[in-house]
Design a protein around this ligand. Structure first.
Ligand code: NAD
Ligand code: DAU
Length: 353
């Protein structure tokens, strides 16, 4: 079996759903269920005998050591993190706590478990750390895309905390020999994306007739990847990646934020026209820019393509259509994550965590 951490968040839940769509190998999902974790994302696995959920923190060394000893995983896939740049600007402390100290404690618990494994299992064990392209900093319009050899130049508390976690993972390989793999991925989008991030925020605000807040001039560039393609990349790296190596993952789909918002509005205009006949684009509102806002991210994913044969299945056009349609089809999911009713239920069901 494998142990997934942070598997109730956006990418982790898509990864687990994708896993069970193709593979019956059991998964234990350890997630603290912060505001971003949502067990409803995994409701489809309620009758799946190979799926187990445990509420708890990667920073709880005794809990993690117990889970490892009980379930004897052949791999750990670490998604657990604080992930939103704007939140890291308002309150960096939890980002250091979870992304840096949490990763450190997880690595130490995993190292203790791995050191005690019989030799064949020690050889095949993997610790896969899911990271971000933001650790490489910001590109100008003409710079080449980020490759695995780019210097780390993180600019936000979030990206600095992820960079620190990547360094710890690297060091645990070089110093202790832990068989680690690191993936640095570009911006994901798709179902179950929490509506604090650009694409889902634009969809839910547009449908509610609220302003669509575009930071600054809206000409910042991100490289978008459909979340199930990120899941397939992680599976591929877990299966065939070389221990100690880093793999960049991206969609070769660079778009300005304004272009993204216009695309979302165009899809909504066609599928859910406004009663007054105006376009959702009339809701676009330029607001104060994010402090330290990175101008451009772009990923060179040549290494994972040529070494491991991975390519994304979706283009941006097919992926964004699926995403907008998913939000139109799941208003109850949006209402629940926005209402607070979900949090109340979690406290009742799982306790304080
Ligand atoms: P998310 O915020 O949607 O989910 C994070 C999950 O981690 C939540 O379920 C949360 O409850 C859980 N969590 C937080 N602290 C925890 C702790 N101490 N112990 C256990 N669980 C904890 O994030 P996401 O967008 O799904 O991102 C997942 C990972 O992928 C993160 O490491 C992020 O840095 C990385 N990443 C995200 C993107 C993106 O575009 N969203 C792109 C590249 C990399
Ligand atoms: O690049 C990978 C990263 O992508 C991940 O590591 C992060 O976890 C993930 O949150 C994401 O970070 P971004 O900061 O790029 O994503 P976000 O959706 O917050 O913003 C995307 C762009 O849109 C960015 O340039 C800021 C802008 N934006 C965002 C919001 C929420 C707006 O213009 N208005 C908004 O309201």
């Amino acid at each position: 079996m494998i142990l997934v951490t942070g598997g109730a968040g956006f990418i982790g839940s898509n990864f687990i759903l994708d896993w069970f769509a193709g593979d019956p190998e059991p998964v234990v999902n350890l997630d603290l269920l912060t505001y971003a974790g949502n067990v409803e994302n995994l409701a489809a696995l309620a009758d799946e005998p190979g799926y187990r959920f445990m509420r708890g923190s990667i920073g709880d060394s005794a809990l993690v050591a117990g889970l490892l000893a009980t379930h004897q995983p052949r791999a750990v896939v670490n998604f657990a993190a604080e992930s939103h740049v704007d939140r890291s600007i308002h309150g960096p402390g939890t980002f250091i706590e979870t992304n840096v100290l949490g990763t450190f404690r997880l690595l130490e618990a995993v190292r203790g478990y791995w050191a005690g494994l019989p030799e064949p299992q020690r050889q095949t064990f993997r610790f896969l750390h899911v990271s971000t392209d933001e650790v490489y900093g910001s590109l100008s319009a003409t710079d080449p895309a980020f490759s695995e050899t780019n210097r780390y130049e993180p600019n936000s508390p979030y990206s600095a905390s992820k960079a620190a976690s990547d360094h710890l993972v690297r060091a645990w390989h070089h110093t202790y020999g832990l068989p680690v793999l690191t993936t640095n991925c570009s911006n994901n989008y798709g179902p179950y994306h929490f509506p604090e991030k650009l694409i889902p925020l634009m969809i839910v605000n547009a449908l509610a007739g609220k302003p669509l807040p575009v930071y600054g001039d809206g000409l910042q560039i991100r490289d978008w990847l459909y979340v199930r393609d990120h899941a397939s990349a992680i599976r591929r790296v877990l299966a065939a990646g070389r221990p100690g190596e880093v793999y960049n993952v991206g969609g070769r789909s660079e778009r300005t934020n304004l272009a993204i918002v216009h695309t979302v509005c165009g899809l909504l205009d066609a599928r859910r026209p406004r009663r007054d006949g105006t376009s959702y684009t009339s809701l676009i509102t330029h607001v104060t820019d994010r402090p330290g806002h990175d101008r451009r991210y772009a990923i060179d994913c040549h290494k994972i393509e040529s070494e491991l044969g991975w390519t994304p299945a979706e283009t941006f056009e097919t992926g964004i259509e699926k995403t907008v349609q998913w939000y139109l089809d799941h208003p109850e999911w949006v209402a629940r994550v926005q209402s607070g009713a979900y949090r109340e239920w979690i406290e009742q069901q799982y306790g304080a965590g």
